[in-house]
Design a protein around this ligand. Sequence first.
Ligand code: HDE
Length: 690
Amino acid sequence: MKDTKQTSGAGGEPHQATRGAGRPTLTTNQGLAVADNQNSLKIGGRGPSLLEDFVLREKITHFDHERIPERVVHARGAGAHGYFECTKAMGHVTKAGFLSEVGRKTETFTRFSTVAGSKGSTDLARDVRGFATKFYTDEGIFDLVGNNIPVFFIQDAIKFPDLIHSVKPEPDRNFPQAASAHDTFWDFASLNTETTHMLMWAMSDRAIPRSLRMMEGFGVHTFRLISAEGESVLCKFHWKPKLGLASLLWDEAVKISGADSDLTTKDLWQAIERGEYPEWELGLQLFTEEQADGFDFDVLDPTKLVPEELVPVETVGRMVLNRNPDNVFAETEQVAFCPSHVVPGIGFTNDPLLQGRLFSYLDTQISRLGGPNFHELPINRPRCPFANDQRDGIGRHEVNKGRVAYDPSSLQADKPLENPRLGYESFPEPLSGEKRRRRAEAFADHYTQARLFWVSQTEPEQDHIVAAFTFELGMVDTPEIRTRMVANLRNVDEGLAKRVASGLGIALPAASKPARPAGEVEPSPALSILENAEPALPGKKLGVLVTDGVAPATLAALRKAVEAEGVTVELVAPRRGGVAGEDGETIPADHALAGGPSVLFDAVAILGEAKAVERLTRNAAALEFVGNAYAHLKVIGFDPAGATLLKAAGLPRRGDGLVRLEGARDAGAFVEGFRALRTWQRAAEVMAPA
Ligand code: HDE
């Protein structure tokens, strides 16, 4: 006993900074106050630890069980609380209360995700992004579980495990992580030509969004809206971001994965902390069954979209994300989305992928969250009252009272009863047909919309698609898979296939035989990021590389000009402590050069003093800072000293997107250059095929 006192001294005492009057007492999970949270119970200071130490055991046992299975897909995610506000009353088409009245607000929780990677994988994978929103409506939970791409790889749920097994790390070697660039994925993709349309999107800039705040969301399937009168219209859901669309270049994404693989998670969190609340408009494409019958594709086929030229998107509300989770595990990890969570007025169609999803999500939550009571977790609880005769099970928190847990019953007067007036009713769609395993004839066209996507892209976007196919297929070791994929691409566009074949260095194979050849298409500008949305500065980031001796006036003028446009400014200095300005005042930095490469920013500037910049001309990180900014088509501002760094990196000082900054002048010119976001004119110079 007396030993304990001697040995719990230096290094064992609770740190003074953690003590203080008025702070809550640390206890065990049973409420017992803990006297010493630094040392386990031992015989003598150096003796064996005792099994008796229930405080140690409780703490370690809890820790041992802290993890739950990660999501089988969409494991990596970032979430935020917010609200939805109805801006157009839609009572004429749906009885859903949250869409019924202008100004009506509904609490939401949204989780964004990548699909293929594990929970700790990079945010910057070339991948689809999940966009799932839980609406806590007065009539129950409505989950809109969508993606940032409006179509999907496959037409039938029975193929989903195959698709996912093909894209996940290969089971005998456990690589690659969070990447589709490997044999098994392209083997599956090239053997299933229904994937072609989605592949076009996945190889486009959509799959590497600059920020979660700058991407669209889509419900993908055709849903049904049902009015109070029982009438139904078909519906596609769209989220359109207020900040506009923006994407990374692939080379940036690769480098950001090294520099800051949490980029988009961090970007969302920081924006909300700064009070810059991300916002999306909710839009609906509404059409009747008769209209749908007239389309040259089947609206039940999830590999098809409804072009906005055919059915315009009607804005009905907006969603604002205004609060970060308090606890990522309790909220973002434990949130359980299910497409089967709908409210009166919203229903399903017979899309065979959607039908499979209606089963899968509830099922997966049971293994992921340990049982059927996950709806009791705070993040999943409906905000409206709920009651039924379901009882017990692992993790049951509700203390249900009374002897009646069955229906009908005459023994309990306040027992919850079904309510035909308020209750959910499925649309009474008349159906008939043979019970068979088969695919609708109308699903046979795998190429027309893939071609529509291709012809709707601008030149730089087409270049990126070619580069992405070339890169991904270049990572495939089996030559037959590469050839088979290029043979399929010939059915999309001859030029695309030729360019990919040439990039791979293979002979152009004969086109594969399509079940149905692609039809004629007219470009749809809504499908292009560059055509669709004006480049927007709010939400973007400027990185300024500064050295000792920098002129504070030049820096201040630049900062003021870009901040007025909603841009965030971060300073990068040779050392994290910052630099001494021309006037001797310390200017703190946000990043040391080694931790703040230019890939983290949308535009850069180099401001400094001649001698200090001269030193940077012999620093690889500084040379890369400007070299990469130039190669990534960014606007570069520089003062006379900064020009030396450009020169040392072998870069021109004149040309599009290169802006001289002297004194307080020129900041306006920089802003104008920045508005374009990228200097596409430079692309031919730096992105010519190798
Ligand atoms: Fe999912 N999907 N999915 N999916 N999905 C899951 O559910 C599944 C599909 C989507 O942030 C899982 O809770 C099947 C399309 C998102 O928590 C699982 C099929 C779309 C999220 C599952 C699909 C999505 C998931 C894994 C084909 C866009 C993350 C963990 C029939 C419309 C939600 C979980 C979150 C998650 C199954 C296809 C979107 C296993 C069987 C199409 C955004 O249930």
